[in-house]
Design a protein around this ligand. Structure first.
Ligand code: GTP
Ligand code: MG
Length: 117
């Protein structure tokens, strides 16, 4: 049987990195959605401090890095620092939380986010 031997530092696939920001207000469900994507149980979630990064492979070609940024007011100020390098933004809204609709509208319409794909 033929065998292909690769040097240990080489991957069989040459992945292309795709950084995506996951933004949204605190308690919107950002971390929960990412856990679901990763197939991890959605238990004992605490508010995200700063950010977490998750890696997801797509089609043996892309490695998508999901940047799960904290949504509380203090952490929203750091969103801008990541927008310049991101390929896109996923903005998560708790559609049941009608009281925060206006807050979401204002957040989405700030220039830095509305310019992103
Ligand atoms: N009932 C219900 N609860 C959910 C759902 N998604 C998330 N939650 C709960 O909502 C709460 C907040 O979810 P998180 O995913 O931590 O929210 P977040 O957007 O990451 O919040 P920050 O990290 O503070 O920005 C948690 O207690 C979750 O268990 C859902 O689809 N249904
Ligand atoms: Mg979170």
């Amino acid at each position: 049987m033929a065998e292909v031997l690769l040097p240990t530092h080489l991957s069989l696939f040459d992945f292309r990195s795709v950084p995506i920001l996951v933004l949204g207000l605190d308690n919107a469900g950002k971390s929960s959605i990412i856990k679901r994507i990763l197939g991890e149980p959605i238990i004992s979630l605490v508010p995200t401090v700063g950010f977490n990064r998750a890696r997801v492979e797509y089609g043996n070609k892309y490695e998508v890095f999901l940047y799960d940024l904290g949504g509380s007011e203090d952490f929203r100020t750091i969103w801008k620092q990541y927008l310049g390098t991101a390929y896109g933004v996923i903005y998560v809204i708790d559609s049941n939380d009608f009281q925060r609709t206006e807050e979401n509208r204002q957040k989405i319409s700030i220039d830095e986010i509305s310019d992103c794909p």
